[in-house]
Design a protein around this ligand. Structure first.
Ligand SMILES: [Zn+2]
Length: 269
């Protein structure tokens, strides 16, 4: 008789897990519109495939509210692009912004400096465009990415920005609900975000681990990445994390993927 009690408790615990994905301090995740990019030749990502064909990339930022603070993940294309009706053209891309990051945060009742933390997947301009708006929050950056960012001209962040240097994975709020996962390869210190939402379940926000679904399905590494072997290892690591957590990958630049995501003011719990 004695041994039956633990079994009964285990059954109750399993039932509880099935009805609620995670019990933690995470409250909400908002997906914000952080611009869109017309890529003029998608074969830059997939050599020999779809040569000369245009492709639209989405661009997302996210606001995560936890009972111990808030995290902005990615800062997107610069808000100033919203003033250019026809976008900003470069030889390889045309960049657009329909709404500002600041405006979308204001709709949720948040100013940039109200946030506790800012983290960006990496230091390229489509992810760091508004980093200078955050003067008080702590930036969570890998050591190698910080070194890389400081060599970019102009610097993506303010001089004297409040930076916490990371070396590997990092538990943002201390309860395992929001984990920065080190995934080098696209850049020296690229990182993705594993989010364990109480109702929605586990998500991984991709950064530029891959840029669109075809690349994920075929485990493709674009030729311009910083390190091919690291990129492949990072893709494999994320695939294992997704399997372990029965999670979904949200690919920030994949327009079809983003079109299925509810953007702010809607949110995920
Ligand atoms: Zn990007």
């Amino acid at each position: 008789m004695k041994h039956l009690l633990p079994l009964a408790l285990a059954a109750i615990a399993a039932g509880a897990l099935a009805s609620s994905a995670y019990a933690n301090g995470l409250k909400r995740l908002y997906a914000l519109d952080c611009g869109r990019i017309l890529v003029k030749d998608q074969s830059r990502w997939t050599p020999g495939i779809n040569v000369g064909q245009e492709k639209w990339f989405s661009n997302n930022c996210y606001l995560i509210q936890h009972e111990r603070g808030t995290l902005v993940w990615e800062t997107g294309l610069p808000d100033s692009i919203v003033e250019q009706k026809d976008g900003v053209d470069t030889p390889n891309f045309r960049m657009h912004r329909d709404k500002t990051l600041v405006g979308q945060l204001a709709e949720i009742g948040i100013k940039p400096d109200d946030t506790t933390y800012v983290a960006m997947s990496h230091s390229h301009a489509d992810h760091t465009g508004n980093a200078k708006l955050f003067t008080k929050p702590k930036f969570l950056m890998q050591k190698l990415e910080h070194e890389f960012a400081m060599k970019i001209v102009p610097k993506p962040m303010n001089d004297g920005a409040n930076v916490q240097i990371l070396e590997g994975d990092h538990d943002v709020f201390g309860d395992g609900s929001v984990m920065i996962i080190s995934t080098p390869g696209h850049t020296p210190g690229h990182q993705v975000l594993l989010v364990k939402l109480p109702k929605t379940g586990a998500l991984i926000l991709s950064g530029d681990l891959v840029h669109f679904q075809y690349m994920w399905d075929n485990k493709l590494v674009p030729p311009f990445n910083f390190n091919k072997d690291q990129s492949t290892a990072s893709i494999e690591r994320v695939a294992k994390l997704l399997a372990d957590h029965k999670g979904k990958l949200w690919i920030g630049h994949d327009k079809d993927n983003t079109d299925k995501v509810d953007r702010a003011p809607k949110y995920y719990e």
